[in-house]
Write a protein that binds this ligand. Structure first.
Ligand SMILES: CCCCCCCCCCCCCCCCCCCCCCCC(=O)SCCNC(=O)CCNC(=O)[C@H](O)C(C)(C)COP(=O)(O)OP(=O)(O)OC[C@H]1O[C@@H](n2cnc3c(N)ncnc32)[C@H](O)[C@@H]1OP(=O)(O)O
Ligand SMILES: NC(=O)C1=CN([C@@H]2O[C@H](COP(=O)(O)OP(=O)(O)OC[C@H]3O[C@@H](n4cnc5c(N)ncnc54)[C@H](OP(=O)(O)O)[C@@H]3O)[C@@H](O)[C@H]2O)C=CC1
Length: 515
């Protein structure tokens, strides 16, 4: 019997960010392994015209929850969606709901965050720092609370090269940042943001670092742990391989490459691609929840959930495997044949951006205009280039994350728990994982049918022919223009033609003699 699964039985668990990528995988695993848990409270905001209940039903109706519905048929009764907005005071939770949360919650998993790299500092601070502070305050009023698990990111200290499982101080105290956000206006915040974030690459990583300091400073007597996943990718094994439902991290770029929009990316092939499957993160999170509640470590432990030091894969290997998978499992209606490459310096990056990204977009938009349609490719390409520029920081560097606490925890688990809550990335086969990832992107993100693969392959063949035809025509036109203008080119041309003629004549003569 799994001790961890048994631990969550009968418990009341509060999850923030349950509607997000990680939150859904976390809820799924909790219900599948501990169907006898008492209740999962989730803090949800109404969104896109959907009520809370509609959002919950949509999640439960997805393929991700198919197995859960078999093991825990009354799962919908065990999820209690609480209307909350983490940007508001007291999260805008009603008095009754707050009372219920405070009196019943046993474990908190705090996953909610803004993960946008370009978020305005005020908003990023509100969600990633102030909301964490408020949640800690709530937690301190929960008499039955056994553990508070805060999800951070391995990149919260990406301004360092070697990162230990400790909370690092920030140059400016989080309290001062929170206070200043209250009275500074947006224009001034915009102006001081680069100075405040210093050598952090964006407001996301910076505010996640501040969030950790808040957890450490204001955790009081709570049993707290911090988990730092690296780049969370599709699921590895559970509930099935390849599940992913948003464009963050590599997923959006896999689509862009598979559809033929992305042709080159400024990345260092040898840099470590520190991906970590979402189910691995969730397994570690649940194990940490159990360990923190049962063993009550004296200080706040930080756990790195990374792959680089145990089972490294680099961007070069990952890119090649992604491309190889497109050969077997192409995406439908590609714009061009998938054929991306890595560039390593500014000049080649600008060159390929002009030739492989902007020029085809302009030509295609011209064609759309000619055929009476609205041009859209240049806009899409500009967005892609903006996204690439934001991600570049992470694909041109390698970090070392120590994983002592994570390995210590692994050794504390029973063999059964090591199996059920496996977070040992040494067992991960990257090639297989990446292939399943690409397949998952096709099935669950693009919602493409596998039956369409033969047609997708045909389409790629047509694109290849168009490509050859286009290149040949371009070459002939350029050559014709050159011959018309340059005596040297004409001489070269006559030399080649006469050489070919002589070669053919010799070949014909010798084959006649042989006969
Ligand atoms: C040798 C052969 C080589 C071949 C290579 C080819 C294969 C390619 C494989 C992949 C290789 C490299 C992948 C590198 C990925 C590295 C990621 C590193 C990240 C590490 C960070 C730390 C991890 C974390 O802690 S948190 C999670 C990370 N957070 C994110 O990823 C968020 C990033 N996104 C943003 O910040 C924004 O969305 C932004 C700034 C990118 C775009 O903002 P904007 O306002 O312009 O647009 P949106 O409104 O957000 O969206 C507009 C539009 O774009 C779509 N979109 C959104 N995000 C992405 C994306 N990441 N990629 C592609 N497209 C994206 C979005 O859906 C919208 O589409 P619509 O159609 O308009 O709805
Ligand atoms: N994805 C990754 O690669 C990595 C993620 N992490 C961390 O893991 C955690 C989960 O990330 P992930 O699941 O990918 O993120 P998502 O963007 O998928 O999910 C974010 C969640 O936060 C919720 N949220 C955002 N704003 C509010 C608000 N004002 N009120 C209530 N809820 C809100 C979202 O709700 P809604 O659905 O309403 O928008 C959503 O449920 C984050 O803490 C992130 O920093 C760490 C490393 C890597």
């Amino acid at each position: 019997m799994s001790m961890i699964a048994a631990f969550y039985g009968g418990k009341s668990i509060l999850i923030t960010g349950a509607t997000g990528f990680m939150g859904k995988v976390l809820m799924e695993k909790l219900f599948r392994t501990s169907p006898d848990l008492k209740v999962v409270y989730i803090l949800v905001r109404p969104k896109q015209g959907q009520t809370l209940q509609q959002r919950v039903f949509q999640i439960l109706d997805s393929k991700l929850f198919e197995k859960v519905k078999e093991v825990c048929p009354n799962v919908h009764e065990k999820i209690r969606a609480i209307s909350a907005d983490l940007n508001q005071n007291d999260f805008a939770i009603s008095k009754e709901d707050m009372k219920e949360l405070l009196s019943h919650t046993n474990i908190i998993f705090h996953c909610a965050a803004t993960v946008r790299f370009d978020d305005h500092l005020r908003h990023a601070v509100q969600l990633n720092v102030t909301a964490t502070q408020q949640l800690l305050l709530m937690a301190s009023q929960m008499p039955k609370l056994e553990a508070f698990i805060h999800i951070s990111t391995a990149f919260s200290n990406c301004n360092l090269k070697h990162i230990d499982e400790v909370v690092y101080p920030c140059p400016v105290e989080p309290k001062k940042i929170i206070d200043s956000m209250e009275w500074l206006d947006d224009a001034i915040i915009d102006e001081i943001t680069p100075k405040l974030i210093g050598d952090w690459p964006n407001t996301y990583t910076y505010t996640k670092a501040l969030g950790e300091v808040v957890v450490q400073q204001e955790g009081g007597n709570l049993n707290i742990a911090i988990i730092r996943p690296s780049i969370m990718g599709a699921t590895w094994q559970e509930p099935f391989p390849g599940w992913v439902d948003n464009l963050n991290g590599p997923s959006g770029l896999i689509i862009a490459a598979g559809k033929g929009f992305l042709r080159s990316i400024r990345a260092t092939p040898m840099a470590v691609a520190d991906l970590i499957p979402a189910d691995t993160v969730v397994n570690l999170t649940l194990a940490v929840g159990w360990y923190t509640a049962v063993h009550r470590p004296k200080s706040t432990l930080v756990y790195h959930c990374t792959s680089g030091n145990l089972n490294p894969c680099n961007w070069g290997k990952m890119g090649l495997q992604v491309l190889a998978t497109f050969e077997k499992i192409p995406f439908e209606r590609a714009f061009r044949r998938p054929n991306a490459d890595f560039t390593t310096n500014n000049i080649t990056t600008h060159y390929w951006n002009a030739v492989s990204h902007r020029a085809p977009a302009i030509i295609y938009d011209f064609y759309l205009r000619l055929t009476g349609r609205k041009p859209r490719m240049t806009k899409l390409m500009n967005r892609l280039l903006r996204t690439l520029s934001m991600l570049e920081y992470f694909v041109n560097r390698s970090w070392e994350w120590s994983t002592y606490n994570t390995e210590m925890l692994m050794s504390e688990l029973s063999p059964e728990d090591q199996r059920v809550f496996n977070f040992d990335v040494r067992q991960l086969n990257w090639l297989e994982y990446i292939e399943n990832y690409v397949l998952g992107v096709k099935k669950y993100l693009l919602k493409e049918d596998m039956a369409g693969i033969p047609e997708a392959k045909q389409h790629l063949k047509r694109l290849r022919n168009i490509h050859y035809l286009f290149n040949t025509a371009l070459f002939l036109i350029a050559w014709r223009l050159l011959i018309a203008r340059s005596q040297v080119a004409r001489n070269v041309w006559f030399f080649i033609v006469s050489f070919c003629y002589k070669f053919l004549s010799y070949f014909r003569a010798s084959s006649t003699l042989n006969v």
